[in-house]
Ligand binder design. Structure first.
Ligand code: ADP
Length: 384
């Protein structure tokens, strides 16, 4: 099999030959393969495994052998280990909630009985920016679609209660809001589940929320939407450092936050403030995305309009992962305005697809690592 023929299903099949000696069941059947993403010959696998060097090395060797035997390249293979989840009841698997941002006793991993929340969501990732207009919503939508294209079940919560853009970006204008019982039903479009306040209010009315109202509006969107089981919930936050991120951090245990920024110095100053806000709220920062990084002209040349690389340098300075850059692209803008984000992966040029796929994979990787820090160790696996 050539790398071009490497598929997620093929890799999963190969991993089925790796058995846990104590149960004689394979690691896929045991649900220990927490992620398997394949794109352009790049293979990214996350496996739940006890925190034991020898066991992990044995497993790494076994996986590497299976993937390279299929034609995969060692240099394009990423294997991460996450700590196995504690055996849980259905109730315990609900998203862990924080009672309050200041609560030091709440361990990420234990749901608070009676607390509000979103059941059955593996990773919650917030997308923030220091200021508006840098492409935060565009990145949120494309990240959600990118993750769905990798086979994940994804929800997108448009948490920008002051300027919701999901109705346009996802083309929700002609869809009616459905309510069952007292729960809002998600809009299922472009392979993702979504909810936005933009479908609950008059689109032409200014959305002026005082602190407690902003808190209530966001809380209601989170709690009263029927998300179902999700691998990822992406939350598109309002720009800046206001009430909504605070409410979010109090309500939910996030896997982490992504900060979007354009390359200019002024944008970076705002982005640093957003990073500091997440850190103050004890939300791990998964990394920085540089949007509108550069422009490709009709002559095929790349133009660094805003000074490409600025956000990457900022990430380095802050000791944060750089998650990728997205070029300025007219098709992306058109697809955003027409509410057709999937076309960014098929009809906006190879460069755009590559940058969005790379961004998605980097965020998946960082989420797996952050998730590993959150989970607790319970030894279960020995490998044959
Ligand atoms: P924010 O959420 O930060 O306010 P948006 O995502 O709404 O910003 O983007 C602002 C405008 O810029 C939108 O019209 C969007 O289509 C456009 N845009 C964002 N990123 C790009 C890009 N990489 N190339 C072209 N247009 C972009």
């Amino acid at each position: 099999m050539t790398p071009a023929q490497l598929t997620k299903e093929g890799v999963l099949d190969a991993l089925r030959s790796i058995k846990d000696t104590s149960t004689d069941r394979d690691i896929v059947a045991l649900d220990l393969v927490k992620k398997c993403a394949v794109c352009d010959g790049f293979v990214s696998i996350a496996v739940a495994c006890v925190d034991d060097k020898q066991t992990r090395e044995g497993l790494r060797e076994a996986i590497t052998h299976r993937v390279t035997s299929m034609g995969g390249e060692r240099s394009k293979l990423s294997i991460e280990f996450v700590n196995p989840e504690k055996p849980t009841t259905t109730h315990d698997r609900s998203v862990p909630l924080k009672q309050a941002a200041s609560s030091k006793t709440t361990s990420a991993g234990s749901a608070q009985p009676g607390s509000p929340g979103i059941p059955d969501v593996k990773h919650i990732i917030a997308v923030g920016a220091g200021k508006g207009g840098v492409g935060k919503s565009t990145i949120s939508v494309n990240l959600a679609v990118g993750l769905a294209r990798q086979g994940h079940t994804v929800g997108l919560l448009d948490g920008d209660i002051y300027g919701p853009s999901a109705p346009t970006l996802l083309g929700l204008d002609n869809l009616d809001t459905q309510v069952r019982g007292n729960m809002l039903q998600v809009f299922y479009v472009h392979g993702i589940k979504s909810m936005t306040i933009g479908k609950l209010v008059d689109p032409e009315k200014p959305l002026i929320w005082r602190g407690p109202m902003a808190h209530g509006a966001f809380k209601q969107l989170v709690e009263q939407t029927e998300w179902g089981a999700l691998d990822y919930l992406i939350i598109d936050l309002p720009p800046g450092t206001g009430d909504v991120p605070l409410t979010m951090a109090q309500m939910l245990s996030l896997t982490g936050a992504v900060v979007v920024c354009t390359p200019q110095k002024v944008a970076q100053d705002d982005a640093v403030r957003a990073v500091r806000m997440f850190q103050q709220l004890q939300v791990p920062v998964l990394g920085i995305v540089e949007n509108m990084s550069y422009f490709i002209g009709d002559d095929g040349k790349e133009y660094d309009i805003f000074g490409r690389g600025g956000a990457e340098m900022m990430a380095q300075r802050l000791g944060l992962p750089f998650l990728g850059s997205v070029p300025i692209n007219m098709k992306l803008r058109e697809h955003s305005d027409s509410g057709e984000p999937t076309k960014n992966f098929t009809d906006a040029g190879e460069m755009m697809r590559e940058s969005l796929d790379k961004l998605t994979m980097n965020i998946e990787r960082q989420a797996a690592i952050a998730g590993m820090h959150k989970s607790k160790v319970t030894p279960t696996l020995t490998v044959s």
